[in-house]
Design a protein around this ligand. Structure first.
Ligand SMILES: Nc1ncnc2c1ncn2[C@@H]1O[C@H](COP(=O)(O)OP(=O)(O)OP(=O)(O)O)[C@@H](O)[C@H]1O
Ligand SMILES: [Mg+2]
Length: 158
């Protein structure tokens, strides 16, 4: 199944991020798609809050990856400045993608061919100034189940 939710403010997007954070398990990978300012970081702030990260979460601007300590480690990639997929090979990305933490990737389209078979695609599109269309597209069994759980959250059905 796919799931699409419209949020009407940054707060709602963060709240949705928190719900996603509740379901996160070590080794999960969430691949975010969407333009500049779509709300990827905002969503990830919700996830981080849920996982009790104390750091202030922003798009890592000059580094490609930031690591946060929370209930489980979070590996936050922002690939906006990545020129080619090879640059991420040098970072030893597999240690993260197949590691013991939750990996979240902004601009996942840049390395689509390197994503593990099992991951959750989260696509954020602008609707208007404050509305965002957020689509969840599961890749693999683990995330099919994850989405069924997420779908049970009544306050986001619209
Ligand atoms: N419904 C909404 N959900 C999320 N953000 C929203 C919403 N409505 C307005 N905004 C605003 O949109 C901006 C989203 O910024 P954010 O940094 O999360 O985007 P991003 O996708 O991470 O961009 P970048 O690719 O530059 O990292 C914020 O300024 C936020 O206040
Ligand atoms: Mg960002």
């Amino acid at each position: 199944m796919n799931l699409t939710i419209i949020t009407k403010s940054p707060e709602e997007t963060k709240k949705l991020g928190k719900e996603v954070g509740k379901l996160a398990r070590p080794g999960d990978l969430l691949a975010f798609y969407g333009e500049l300012g779509a709300g990827k970081t905002c969503f990830i702030q919700g996830i981080s809050q849920q996982l009790e990260v104390k750091d202030y979460v922003t798009s890592p601007s000059f580094t490609i990856i930031n690591e946060y300590k929370g209930k489980i480690p979070i590996y936050h990639f922002d690939l906006f400045r990545l020129n080619n997929a090879e640059e991420i090979l040098e970072l030893g990305y597999e240690e993260y993608f197949y590691g013991e933490g939750l990996t979240v990737i902004e601009w996942a389209e840049k390395i689509e061919q390197l994503l593990p078979k099992e991951h959750l695609k989260i696509d954020i599109k602008f609707k208007d100034r404050y509305k965002r269309i957020i689509s969840f597209i599961p890749q693999g069994d683990r995330f099919e189940k994850y989405l069924k759980e997420l779908n049970r959250i009544d306050n986001f059905r619209n």
